[in-house]
Design a protein around this ligand. Structure first.
Ligand SMILES: Nc1ncnc2c1ncn2[C@@H]1O[C@H](COP(=O)(O)OP(=O)(O)OP(=O)(O)O)[C@@H](O)[C@H]1O
Ligand SMILES: *[C@@H]1O[C@H](CO)[C@@H](O)[C@H](O)[C@H]1NC(C)=O
Ligand SMILES: *[C@@H]1O[C@H](CO)[C@@H](O)[C@H](O)[C@H]1NC(C)=O
Length: 258
């Protein structure tokens, strides 16, 4: 299926440089210990989501602020290498903050991911986003309902509909997702395929980034179909280690997805 015109995904969100040290144990306060490996990675939930959408072929633009330092410069290069527009990536002396990411396509559909979640989330976020997508722990923080099964996720979805959401997606790791909407207020479990998971870090951002891509590119597909495709992309990402390093490119995926 061909994409209908140039798809656009705009991400407003965090962008962080990960400084990763591998050690055999954690140091005690003030202690110096030997590490056996060190690397610098590109992270931040907003940036991760934007990278995944870009790698699938969406025209992407990132809105965020990075520091006026070498990490900030490197991150801007990372965006450019992934074909992401950096026109609205600002550089400041202040540290980046990652509170929420909003993804918008050209029909101005908004996808809100409440990360990190706060129990006192401004209620406008429920009513003003087209899609509200959270994981199990965010769902519990927002609703007080512990989520361990698709049934629990359905209860969360119903509560969030009552708070004014139009469509809620709760991601459930290996179980895939549950969706529920005002148009069809019956929870629907969309399972993920069975895969051998190596590292699930960043799976949620891969899912949200893929969903933004598919929403922008295939506005006519049903939400269930969009979620099925996004589950597939995220399930590919859990089969390799790292966050952005595990995000697949369009050329390496089954072409039936596109
Ligand atoms: N073990 C797995 N097998 C298959 N798919 C998976 C697995 N874990 C995650 N996924 C896919 O990734 C999506 C998001 O996973 P999850 O709900 O764990 O997000 P998350 O908790 O926000 O992730 P993280 O915080 O680690 O980035 C799932 O809906 C599913 O599509
Ligand atoms: C999507 O649906 C709209 C309205 O039903 C239609 O005009 C348009 O041609 C469809 N686009 C594609 C790519 O199928
Ligand atoms: C859900 O996402 C948050 C980030 O908001 C993360 O800290 C948490 O570990 C995730 N929960 C699960 C169950 O993976």
């Amino acid at each position: 299926m061909a994409a209908a015109g140039p798809a656009e995904v705009v991400v407003v969100g965090s962008c962080m440089t990960d400084l990763v040290s591998l050690t055999t144990r954690l140091p005690k306060a003030g202690e110096t210990i030997h590490g056996h490996k060190f690397f610098i990675g590109f992270g931040g939930k907003g940036a991760n989501q934007c990278i995944q959408a870009a790698r699938l072929g969406a025209k992407t633009l990132m809105i965020c602020k990075v520091g006026k330092d070498s990490f900030g410069n490197d991150y801007i290069e990372n965006f450019k290498r992934n074909g992401i527009s950096t026109e609205f990536v600002g550089q400041t002396e202040e540290a980046a903050t990652g509170a929420a990411s909003i993804i918008v396509n050209r029909e101005v559909k908004t996808l809100f991911n409440p990360a990190p979640a706060h129990a006192e989330l401004d209620p406008q976020f429920y009513t003003h986003s087209d899609i509200f997508c959270c994981n199990e722990s965010e769902a519990e923080i927002l609703t007080g309902i512990p989520v361990g099964s698709p049934e629990d996720a359905g209860k969360v979805g119903l509560m969030l509909l009552e708070r004014g959401c139009k469509l809620v997606i709760v991601t459930l790791g290996a179980e895939g997702c549950v969706m529920i909407s005002v148009d069809e207020p019956i929870p629907k479990h969309v399972p993920a395929g069975k895969v051998r998971a190596v590292d699930t870090t960043g799976a949620g951002d891969s899912f949200v980034g893929a969903l933004a891509f598919f929403m922008a590119c295939y506005p006519n597909l049903s939400m269930e179909e969009l979620i099925r495709k996004s589950n597939f992309i995220a399930s590919v990402s859990v089969q390799a280690s790292g966050t952005q390093s595990s995000y697949p490119y369009r050329k390496d995926l089954p072409q039936e997805l596109f």
